[in-house]
Write a protein that binds this ligand. Structure first.
Ligand SMILES: C[S@@+](CC[C@H](N)C(=O)[O-])C[C@H]1O[C@@H](n2cnc3c(N)ncnc32)[C@H](O)[C@@H]1O
Length: 293
């Protein structure tokens, strides 16, 4: 197989991407700076300035993404003055204006969120992963993310009533997927749109790294080996690390040189711990990164 590349480039993604041709990437998966967050580390933006700032860059994302590609945007609005800020909702509308289709919204449930107490709300345990596409037909490898059928099979599927079958069959175009009886006896099912993933208390020095499992799931779902993945706000290099381990080519961009240096270290270590079949030995890698070996 052709050698897999993990390119890491320092600069504003708006400028760096100008060197890439149209329709180049199969997947863009990223977590940009959120409005008003982490102002002291990598420059948070005011919510009212966020949409124009972002859409300038997403115009480039639209240009470099293949028509069959997907853009996953991990983002979450904060509370300001006792209300959820609306900038993410405004961003979704602006992205639609720009030509993106807002295909789906996945919820990342942070299943290990630390406890807390606030006077008028509960702890925030989820973030958005918004899916945008250029066209209604895009590449999606659903079988790659199937999950065990689990208890559902033991309870609901075993007790299928006549109505279950009639109801689903009578919806003329419901097809295989909606007819519950077709799932009886199967070991695996397609997942829902809520991802239950723990945040990682990473050994990295980046304050907002997402867990490896997050880009990994979307890379599995939307790409195949040898495809190209872009993270225009790559931070500590999580997406590049995972893409390389999964035999996908990648480009990771960050405006801060210290994060690109960090990402290079991570990706270098990833290469070091690639098994013959291309998969990664995470235990070895984590031990290496934390200086245990
Ligand atoms: C939320 S963090 C990404 C963290 C990353 N997902 C990880 O796992 O480490 C956002 C990153 O965007 C970078 N950034 C901010 N503005 C940028 C720009 N215009 N172009 C490229 N990177 C930028 C910041 O330096 C920061 O590292």
């Amino acid at each position: 197989m052709k050698e897999i590349e993990a390119r890491l480039q320092q600069g504003d993604c708006l400028e760096v991407l100008q060197n890439y041709p149209d329709n180049f990437f199969d997947l863009i998966v990223t977590s940009p700076p959120y409005a008003d967050s982490r102002v002291n580390t990598y420059g948070g933006l005011k919510p009212e300035k966020y949409v124009p700032w972002f859409t300038q860059r997403s115009a480039e994302f639209l240009r470099v993404l293949k028509p069959t590609g997907t853009f996953i945007l991990n983002i979450k609005e904060k509370v300001t003055n006792g209300e959820r800020n609306t900038y993410v909702l405004e961003l979704i509308l602006a992205l639609r204006e720009q030509g993106w289709l807002w295909t789906e919204e996945f919820v990342w449930h942070k299943k290990n969120c630390h406890p807390g107490k606030w006077p008028n709300r509960f702890r925030d345990t989820w973030e958005r992963c918004l899916q945008f596409n250029k066209a209604r037909k895009f590449n999606m490898y659903q079988d790659a993310v199937m999950v065990p059928m689990g208890d559902w099979a033991k309870t609901r599927l075993k007790k299928l009533g006549k109505n279950d079958v009639v109801r689903f069959n009578s919806q003329a175009q419901s097809g295989f997927g909606k007819n519950i009886s077709n799932w009886v006896g199967r070991e695996k099912a397609y997942p829902g749109n809520v991802l239950h993933l723990a945040t990682e208390t990473s050994n990295k020095n980046h304050s907002a790294a997402f867990p490896k499992a997050l880009p990994e799931w979307f890379i599995k779902l939307f790409t195949q080996e040898g495809d190209w993945v872009l993270d225009p706000f790559v931070g500590s290099g999580t997406t590049s690390e995972v893409a390389l381990a999964m035999n996908r080519n990648s480009v990771g961009i960050d405006k801060l040189p210290e994060y690109i240096a960090m990402a290079k270290e991570t990706v270098g270590a990833t290469k070091l711990f690639c098994r013959e079949d291309g998969s990664i030995d995470w235990d070895q890698l984590v031990a290496f990164n934390s200086g245990i070996t």
